[in-house]
Design a protein around this ligand. Structure first.
Ligand SMILES: Nc1ncnc2c1ncn2[C@@H]1O[C@H](COP(=O)(O)OP(=O)(O)OP(=O)(O)O)[C@@H](O)[C@H]1O
Length: 259
């Protein structure tokens, strides 16, 4: 197996009120698609930011491979509607990119020829693809994405993840993303990590897909992915004020989704 691109050991992140994330051990290797799932406020974005070195760890260590090229697709990006920002200018932030390079990368992400279109007039799917295009300009060895399909419908989401799979195959990059699209995550990831203030559970989606309980649940809204929690979740949460949402309580989920 290839060496890790990025590794966290005993990672904790704290703000004034105490740790929001603790005891995180993880690594992402070249060519691997790893997806972080978890409830709202679980610390997913914080984890990405700590891995990227934007937030300092309160404890533990993050190691990035020397000279690692990272492409980052942020969760939200507000573009001021009053600011004329055509796609071509956006793609040249922060580094100027030539027309041919821009045309190629837009084509690559499935939105050719939109260089002149203002960012504010793009559809949700086009906008996300332009964000991805900008991240790809870094020729990343590791692509990090924070809820890249937020606001997209199911087919749009599925298409986006198919694109990510193709990009991974082409570039051989590692992909680390946060996602709420739990059913899609199941088929689009090599490994799923469930975070709720710490790593609750992790594993291959296949192991979960093979479980009879999962098959029973699969396809029923978020039921399939919630089966993941049910499958591995064998401990209580009593730490640091991070609440365990009722929606993730295993048996209740089962009753609600199957019954
Ligand atoms: N700058 C900050 N100062 C203090 N607390 C913060 C700060 N940023 C995040 N937090 C807290 O850290 C916790 C984790 O936040 P984070 O944004 O990582 O959640 P998340 O899992 O990405 O949630 P969501 O799915 O809603 O995006 C939350 O309780 C949040 O309130």
């Amino acid at each position: 197996m290839s060496a890790a691109l990025i590794t966290a050991r005993g990672l904790a992140v704290a703000f004034g009120g105490g740790p929001v994330l603790r005891d995180v051990d993880l690594e992402v290797r070249a060519g691997e698609i790893v997806t972080i799932v978890g409830p709202n406020g679980a610390g997913k974005t914080i984890l990405l930011r700590a891995l990227l070195g934007i937030l300092p760890p309160a404890r533990g260590r993050v190691t990035r491979r020397a000279g690692l090229r990272v492409g980052y697709v942020p969760q939200r990006l507000h573009i001021d509607a009053a600011l004329p920002m055509p796609v071509r200018r956006f793609l040249s932030l922060p580094r100027r990119q030539g027309a041919a390079v821009q045309a190629r990368v837009l084509e690559r992400v499935g939105v050719p020829g939109i260089e002149g279109q203002p960012m504010t007039t793009l559809s949700g799917g086009q906008f996300q693809r332009v964000l991805l295009a900008r991240a790809l300009l870094a020729e990343p060895e590791l692509l990090v994405m924070d809820e890249p399909t937020q606001g997209l419908d199911q087919p749009g989401t599925a298409a986006f993840y198919r694109l990510i799979a193709a990009v991974r195959a082409e570039l051989g990059c590692g992909v680390l993303s946060v996602s709420h699209d739990l059913n899609v995550v199941m088929s689009a990831s090599d490994r799923v990590i469930c975070v709720n203030g710490h790593i609750c559970c992790e594993g291959t989606p296949q192991a979960v897909l093979d479980a009879p309980e999962y098959r029973k649940l699969f396809g029923l809204g978020t039921g399939g992915a919630l089966a993941l929690y049910r499958h591995h979740h064998d401990h209580a949460h009593d730490h640091g004020g991070v609440a365990e949402p009722a929606a993730l309580e295993p048996e209740r989920v089962r009753d609600r989704e199957v019954g």
